[in-house]
Design a protein around this ligand. Structure first.
Ligand SMILES: Nc1ncnc2c1ncn2[C@@H]1O[C@H](COP(=O)(O)OP(=O)(O)OP(=O)(O)O)[C@@H](O)[C@H]1O
Ligand code: SF4
Ligand SMILES: [Mg+2]
Length: 308
């Protein structure tokens, strides 16, 4: 990954979108120093002004859960099968909040109710819960120590649309009630544009577009953002339903990136210069940024949009 520069304020929801393999989960793991040993991370990761990258390990352990928590991709499968879910939610409360066992049990019950499960379900084993209920347990766990930032990596991908809608509503409600910052990762642009305030689109390990979520979804400035958005069929638009517009080709191998703008081999509006010149994120208009030669003072994004 290169040159990622993003901010999430308290009470704000930032969505991260992009095709499989573009680096979304890597970004999430980097934020809490969860990448495998030997990974090199440079720059700054500021959590309330404190740089996670230079923290001592003791401080990193304290910040995980209590400062920022993460709902991992496929999290509902990562609960421990031989422990009751209540014990698993209580564990970080006992460790980080130094709560008494009675206090931790009470807080666990409250958290379960907050995510729409009866407190009594604390005594269930993971296999006794449905997928959606397990996902709620994971969200309850992420909220257990009242973190300032919650990172949710594909929190609803494995769920049916009804449960997905419930979980998304719940997340939105918790963010606004508790003034959390939320970073939500998904390749579903439509979900992100409905749920999030801002949206960042990643390609080949870089943010190529960022701005207000609905604007980025409905009127992307970067050709990749436009292609990603066009790939989603719109309700009521028969054209998109019967002939969905995909994006030919595959994202590049991060170890062998194309020269210049890494999107150029797949870009329908590439110029000759794109194979040689990389483009930095630049102001697309007020409050929006995109990394494309067509964006900027001489914006010709309309030309790109009209290309099939
Ligand atoms: N531990 C690792 N060692 C080496 N390469 C890795 C490792 N983890 C991920 N990668 C590579 O980094 C790239 C980004 O992976 P990442 O998991 O961040 O993608 P993603 O955007 O989350 O994709 P998805 O939507 O499929 O979850 C991929 O090319 C992947 O193969
Ligand atoms: S810089 Fe060139 S190749 Fe890259 S997205 Fe813009 S037009 Fe396409
Ligand atoms: Mg991922």
């Amino acid at each position: 990954m290169r040159g990622v520069n993003l901010t999430v304020n308290a009470g704000q929801k930032l969505g991260i979108a992009g095709e499989s393999g573009c680096g979304k989960s890597t970004l999430a793991l980097a934020l809490l120093r969860l990448l495998p040993a030997g990974t090199r991370v440079t720059g700054e990761i500021l959590l309330d002004g404190e740089d996670v990258l230079t923290m001592k390990w003791g401080r990193v352990r304290a910040v995980r859960w209590a400062g920022a928590s993460i709902v991992f991709q496929g999290a509902m499968h990562s609960l421990n099968a031989v422990h009751r879910v209540g014990e698993q939610i209580a564990e970080p409360i006992l460790l980080h909040r130094k709560a008494t066992p009675t206090g931790a049990r009470k807080k666990t019950g409250e958290l379960l109710e907050q995510v729409g499960l009866p407190a009594a379900r604390a005594s269930a084993y993971p296999h006794e819960l449905s997928g959606g209920q397990r996902q709620r347990v994971m969200i309850a766990m992420a909220l257990a120590c009242d973190p300032r930032l919650v990172i949710a990596d594909e929190p609803t991908t494995a769920l049916d649309v009804m449960i997905q809608a419930q979980i998304l509503r719940l997340i939105q409600q918790l963010v606004s009630e508790q003034e959390l910052g939320l970073m939500m990762i998904s390749h579903d642009l439509a979900v992100l544009s409905d749920t999030c305030d801002r949206l960042a689109v990643m390609y080949a390990g870089r943010v190529v577009e960022e701005g207000p979520a609905r604007q980025v979804y409905e009127d992307a400035r970067h050709p990749y953002g436009q292609a990603l958005s066009a790939a989603f069929p719109r309700i009521g638009d028969a054209g998109s339903r019967f002939a969905p517009r995909g994006l030919p080709g595959d994202p590049p191998d991060p170890a062998v990136l194309p020269s210049g703008c890494t999107f150029h081999p797949r870009c329908a509006v590439a110029l000759d210069s794109c194979a040689a010149e990389d483009q930095a994120l630049r102001s697309a208009e007020e409050d929006r940024r995109a990394a494309c030669v067509h964006v900027g003072p001489v914006a010709v994004a309309d030309e790109a949009r009209s290309t099939p």
